[in-house]
Design a protein around this ligand. Structure first.
Ligand code: UT7
Length: 325
């Protein structure tokens, strides 16, 4: 039994925040942001929208494309670092909104690699015969944990959600292999220190801005390029495939220069790499499923294509998934 993605969906909030808007907020420029990251604009959730609301819209758009009753979903996995609340899981809020009474629900926290960690879990459940139909959503409202006075981070992030419905199949296609990695010794490169049991919310934690994302961007950049190249090679070798046999590589959209450097090292032409960072910035766990949904809608993935998904983020974590579409 294999696990196959039978439908995708995505949702981004209406409000667009451009680089020019950011020029009026912090000491930055459109030119700097575009040249260093490839981002032109990003979406920002309205004050009533939480992670499960974005997830709900993305899931609904995926369900519209799947030809079975939503009640048949066995499991809901949500990948996020900006859930509605510390607990219960955002997946439970989503289950309630969708009215999927039969489904189990839990969240995965692997930061930007969260969707691929979730995909690997879904693949395992389906291959082992435990579940047949799984809804996986990556959703983030990063604007709520962004320090809008810190120009080194606030220009990078955006909000959004992407969903995939994964089903058991006996066909020779679907998720071929997933590869998960982490290195907790580098946790300080990318984190949000406040709000957990180490530094619970206090007046002092708020004053010290501990409830915002902290990133050592330049160091993170270097680790990302190195690890992603190795991971793609490992994923291809494990399946005796060459990079030239990939129809499309869908990378996590963190920085256009990371994407270009990885492509160059692997000798994969940019035409075979999906890029939408210019429109949405870095949406963490939502980045790959939004890109996957856009790639499907643009007709860039056809039946039988080999598609590789890869991500890198806080933890540090990194992950890939090879799919035969
Ligand atoms: O999604 C999870 C993983 N995340 C990533 O993989 C992100 C990895 N990192 C990056 O994408 C890049 O490191 C950044 C886009 C964050 C930064 O690019 P960089 O080329 O690494 O720049 P830098 O941090 O080395 O900073 C270069 C200069 C500094 O000034 P000095 O020290 O050279 O005078 C910064 O203070 O750019 C300055 N700077 C800015 N200038 C204008 C930093 N942020 C800004 C800004 N506007 N927004």
């Amino acid at each position: 039994m294999r696990a196959k993605i039978i439908a995708t969906g995505s949702y981004v909030p209406e409000r667009v925040l451009t680089n020019f808007d950011l020029e009026r907020m912090v000491d930055t420029s459109d030119e700097w942001i575009r040249e260093r990251s490839g981002i032109r604009e990003r979406r920002i959730a309205n004050e009533k929208e939480a992670a499960s609301d974005l997830a709900y819209e993305a899931a609904k758009s995926a369900f519209k494309k799947a030809d079975f009753k939503t009640k048949d979903i066995d499991l809901i996995i949500v990948a996020t670092v900006t859930g509605d609340m510390p607990f219960p899981a955002t997946a439970c809020h989503l289950q309630h909104k969708l009215g999927l009474k039969k489904a189990a629900a839990f969240d995965v926290n692997a930061a930007c690699s969260g969707f691929l960690y979730g995909l690997s879990i879904a693949d395992g459940f389906i291959r082992s015969g435990i579940y047949r139909r799984i809804l996986l959503v990556g959703t983030e409202v990063l604007s709520r944990i962004t320090d809008w006075e810190d120009r080194t981070t606030c220009v990078l992030f955006g909000d959004g959600a992407g969903a995939a419905i994964i089903e058991a199949t006996s066909e020779d296609r679907g998720i071929i292999s997933t590869h998960l990695r982490s290195d907790g010794s580098m946790w300080e490169l990318l984190n949000m220190p406040g709000g957990g049991s180490r530094h619970p919310a206090t007046k002092d934690s708020v004053k010290k801005k501990m409830h915002y994302v902290k990133m050592k961007g330049n160091e993170t950049f270097k680790v990302a390029v190195r690890t992603l190249e190795n991971l793609v090679v490992e994923s291809l070798n494990a399946n005796k495939l060459k990079a030239s046999q990939l129809s499309l590589l869908i990378p996590h959209q963190a920085n256009l220069r990371i994407i270009q450097a990885t492509a160059e090292r692997l000798e994969i032409p940019m035409e075979k790499i999906f890029v939408n960072i210019d429109k949405y910035g870095n949406t963490s766990a939502a980045s790959i499923p939004i890109a996957l949904d856009e790639a499907v809608r643009q007709g860039r993935i056809r039946d039988g294509d080999y598609v590789l998904l890869e991500a890198f983020g806080g933890g540090l974590t990194w992950a890939s998934a090879l799919i035969k579409w």
